[in-house]
Design a protein. Structure first.
Length: 478
């Protein structure tokens, strides 16, 4: 693939100095020197070394060992959102590897004397500079239980197809971020694919130093936080853009020797496929009729798909169709599995806890109505939820994409709240039409959604707006 500039980055015509990042012979790999359980001279720590599958899996094994080392140095936690979907998982893994690798490269750079102004010689060293650059080991964190990964069929299939060492990935039941912080081993937090941690981790906002996201900006992160929030179809697009910019433009402000646009080997294969796959899934194969798809999605998906060997449109389409099939094949899941496979929860308005469960079968196809109702009741009690919103997205018999919306609650008071919520959000969702023949476990609170493009990203802000208005009305605010 020919060299091409990174999207949106100005590249001055600077002289490139060859081999100015060559490691000292006999020197200990910097990451191993600081983190005693990390691999010596690991490829993922070196400039220009390609991140192939071996390098990716070595990073994941090292990241797990570093995170679990009770006497180790503080780490950076790169946290995906609580839905732990394909986009979130890919974004966390990719950006964590990039941050760790960039830290090692910058550490090596700071250990050098400036070049001779006449000869351009880079052979000088200044060991005193080592204290001026702090090494960071960034650990990807997938915010669901390990047992829940198979519920995310597209993500489980992609990781297996590539050959990713899933056993080495840190899941929610492997590590408690709050305990990590309490032990003094949490250096800082990077949020990807969301900009506010879930309620149980809200205290970590104070340690959040970086946000990369494509959702509505809730503006709760610290003022000094480095934030990139953009209205693109996939967070993976922003991850590709930010990682490429940060990797290609070194701390010397130069592109480096042998620039090819692949982020110094970051996009050697597996990561490129992961990013491209996430973008394809989130934008429905770069569909221009999808209101979330942007030019950035198109550019980065095509660029990284080519690095992964998907140079033809038909190859990308085939990958998308496989992901779609794996994602929506939920026919064998129990009602409980359907609820927890893609679930998010918020506290909105006057302390109203609202959960949204998204899945890929019609509401009436979840199972026996009595079993489904009992499952929803238990699910709400376990999570302390007053209102459970069920979002169903599936392909209809006519081949068109359809959405249904359901509401569940535990008592009459919250049932009335559900009715108000449905009325309030209906117009914003293209209208809600009661499902013919009844909604099974959800009775009259099961609807066909008029706008099939309106996902949870649109529903949640509408619910938040309504509940905030209810709170203000109760407080007498006009």
């Amino acid at each position: 693939m020919s060299a091409s500039p990174v999207l949106g980055v100005h590249r001055p015509d600077l002289k490139r100095v060859a081999n100015h990042r060559v490691r000292r012979r006999g020197a200990m790999a910097p990451i191993e020197a600081a983190f005693r359980v990390a691999s010596t001279d690991a490829a993922y720590t070196q400039a220009e070394a390609p991140i192939d599958l071996d390098a990716l899996n070595l990073f994941l094994r090292d990241s797990r060992a570093v995170a679990m080392d009770l006497n180790g140095e503080p780490v950076t936690l790169v946290m995906g959102n609580e839905a732990a979907d394909l986009d979130s998982i890919v974004s966390a893994i990719t950006y964590a590897l990039h941050v760790t690798r960039r830290s090692c490269i910058d550490y090596e750079w700071m250990d050098r004397d400036p070049p001779d102004p006449v000869t351009g010689d880079w052979s000088g060293w200044n060991n005193e500079k080592e204290s001026q650059c702090e090494l960071r080991f960034a650990v990807p964190y997938v915010a669901c239980a390990r047992e829940d990964l198979p519920l995310r069929g597209d993500a489980a299939w992609l990781l297996d197809d590539i050959g990713v060492d899933v056993d080495s990935i840190i899941f929610a039941d492997d590590l408690d971020p709050m305990a990590l912080d309490a032990s003094g081993r949490l250096r800082d937090v990077i949020l990807v694919d969301h900009n506010v941690p879930p309620a149980e981790f809200r205290e970590l906002l104070g340690k959040t130093t970086r946000v990369i996201d494509h959702h509505v900006d809730e503006e709760l992160y610290p003022l000094e936080c480095d934030v990139m929030i953009g209205p693109v179809g996939s967070c993976a697009t922003l991850i590709a853009e930010q990682a490429s910019e940060e990797a290609e433009i070194g701390c010397d402000g130069m592109l480096g020797h042998g620039y090819t646009g692949n982020a110094r080997g970051l996009w050697a294969g597996p990561l490129a496929k992961m990013i491209a796959a996430a973008i394809l899934a989130d934008t429905q194969n770069l569909d221009v009729n999808n209101e979330r798809t942007r030019m950035e999605d198109y550019v980065w998906c095509h660029r990284l798909a080519a690095f992964a060997g998907y140079e033809e449109e038909r190859d990308m389409t085939s990958l998308y169709e496989t992901l779609k099939r794996k994602r929506f094949d939920q026919s064998g899941l129990s009602p409980r599995d359907l609820l927890r496979r893609d679930y998010k929860q918020w506290t909105l308005g006057d302390d109203v806890s609202v959960g949204i469960a998204s899945f890929g079968v019609p509401l009436n196809a979840m199972g026996d109505a009595g079993v489904v109702k009992a499952t929803c009741d238990a699910f709400m009690r376990d999570r302390g939820v007053r209102v459970l919103v069920l979002m169903s997205a599936f392909e209809g018999e006519d081949g068109s994409f359809k959405r249904q919306l359901g509401f569940a609650s535990l008592d009459d008071e919250n049932a009335q709240l559900c009715e108000k919520m449905a009325t309030a959000v209906g117009d914003g969702l293209g209208g809600l039409r009661t499902i013919e023949g009844g909604g099974g476990a959800f009775g009259a609170m099961a609807f066909h959604q008029g706008d099939a493009k309106a996902s949870r990203k649109k529903v949640q802000p509408l619910l938040a707006e309504f509940l905030e208005a209810e709170k203000e009305a109760a407080d007498g605010v006009s």
